[in-house]
Design a protein around this ligand. Structure first.
Ligand code: AMP
Ligand code: GLY
Length: 423
């Protein structure tokens, strides 16, 4: 079967890499893909990720049997619907179901209606009403732009002043464009965070191995929020009991709620969790695999990803065996100096083959070809991943890989997996 992967980041590199291990996979195409995928997929240029017609056309011409959608934007733009209408299978939710990520107001009201544990909240379209609510509730408090804001539309305000500033920035100065015309204001939750990515066929749901992201730019969880500076899996906070509790109180009720609402959810459901003293609560849902969570979760998957994805599309996930390996995986993101603010592009990257020879998997996130070399081309440039018998060994191996790689002004966090190591 020919497979088309949509997207070009580290997550999609990992998806293409894992899919390519399946005996069922013939040709794998990636749109737009990235230079790191050279060995596993053919990169397709010149088609916009939002051009559903052109993507369907490409899929028909290249006899694609499965389209795997990485990022949220094509999902909320209805790519899965368009692919299905053309009679081609897709892994990912429909446009209606992708609202679970595309609109925080939608996902919060779903959780409220079905009693799924999450932070208390209110939705506002009027800035003055939002300010009044902030005065009433006090800080700390969390302000979220309703729509997609590339992971940046959340302000965790430790003071009322910061919260009020966020209202001005998001609602009046439109810092995140139309995504901020509506905001969700919610209760601040305390606890340890974890990500639980799940496979679902709309009827049953199977959690993958848990993981933990590091969203802040600098060591010790300091500095600005980023797309994610590193991950590890499994997350020790997600004990077997905690996974079971999350399954019973959050995952199953959510899949049932989506079906009940006439928006059956298929694909990967990403539950961003806060493990509070009252148990697991939802921080957010994403309609896709996490980035860089995928980079540590899929290397631990022993089963055939093509089979799993087809069973999700076909509604036969109950017949599917899903096995995970023992041990742990760690991903250290190497970023361009200055990220998440302005950063350089076009600097040559060296040591990629040496890092791989040392036992790391190197997933490309923001790279390009220039004059026969691989150069930096994004804020998050690479994800260096290692698998080992435990998290400590995986950390050592991943950083050994990182040491081999260099490009001008590269920076990375030195404390990935610190929470697991401190336990
Ligand atoms: P999100 O984009 O919704 O995942 O939010 C980004 C980050 O903000 C999360 O990973 C949390 O660290 C933090 N956050 C979001 N909502 C809350 C909340 N209600 N309480 C505490 N922290 C939160
Ligand atoms: N790693 C966070 C996300 O994918 O949203």
């Amino acid at each position: 079967m020919n497979i088309l992967v949509i997207g070009g980041g580290g997550r999609e590199h990992t998806l293409a890499w894992k899919l390519s291990q399946s005996p069922k996979a013939d040709k794998i195409y990636a749109l737009p893909g990235n230079p790191g995928m050279a060995g596993v997929a053919m990169c397709v240029e010149g088609i916009a990720l939002t051009d559903n017609t052109a993507i369907v056309d490409f899929a028909q011409k290249h006899d694609i049997g499965l389209v795997v959608v990485g990022p949220e934007v094509p999902l909320t733009n209805g790519l899965v619907d368009a692919v299905n209408e053309a009679g081609i299978k897709a892994f990912g939710p429909t446009q209606a179901a992708a609202q679970i990520e595309g609109s925080k107001a939608f996902s919060k009201s779903l959780m409220k209606k079905y009693g799924i544990p999450t932070a208390k909240y209110e939705v506002f379209t009027d800035a003055d009403a939002a300010r009044a609510y902030i005065h009433q509730e006090g800080a700390p408090i969390v302000i979220k732009a309703d729509g997609l804001a590339a992971g940046k539309g959340v302000i965790v305000a430790m003071t009322e002043k910061e919260a009020l500033q966020a209202i001005t920035d998001i609602m009046e100065d439109q810092e995140f464009g139309a995504a901020g015309s509506r905001v969700v204001i919610e209760e601040f939750m305390t606890g340890e965070e974890a990500s639980l990515l799940c496979f679902t066929d709309g009827k049953i749901i199977r959690p993958m191995i848990s993981s933990q992201d590091h969203k802040r730019a600098y060591d010790g969880d300091k500095g600005p929020n980023t797309g994610g500076m590193g991950t590890y899996a499994p997350a020790p906070v997600m004990t077997e009991k905690m996974v079971q509790e999350t399954y019973d109180k959050i995952l199953v009720p959510t899949i049932e709620a989506m079906a009940q609402e006439g928006k059956p959810y298929k694909g990967c459901l990403y539950a961003g969790l806060m493990i509070t003293v009252e148990g697991p609560k939802v921080v957010e849902f994403n309609a896709r695999f996490g980035d860089p969570e995928t980079q540590v979760v899929l290397p631990l998957l022993n089963s055939d990803l093509v089979d799993i994805m087809l069973s999700c599309a076909d509604g036969t996930l109950d017949e599917q065996q899903i096995d995970w390996s023992e041990g742990a995986a760690v991903c250290v993101v190497m970023a361009a100096g200055g990220y998440p603010k302005a950063y350089r592009k076009g600097d040559a990257i060296t040591g990629l083959t040496e890092a791989e020879a040392a036992g790391s998997l190197v997933f490309h996130a923001g790279t390009a070809h220039k004059n026969g070399q691989i150069v930096t081309d994004g804020g998050r440039v690479l994800g260096v991943v290692a698998k080992a018998q435990d998290v400590r060994a995986a950390v050592a191996k991943a950083y050994a890989g990182v040491e081999k790689i260099s490009f001008k002004d590269a920076f990375y966090r030195k404390d990935i997996a610190h929470r697991a190591l401190e336990r």
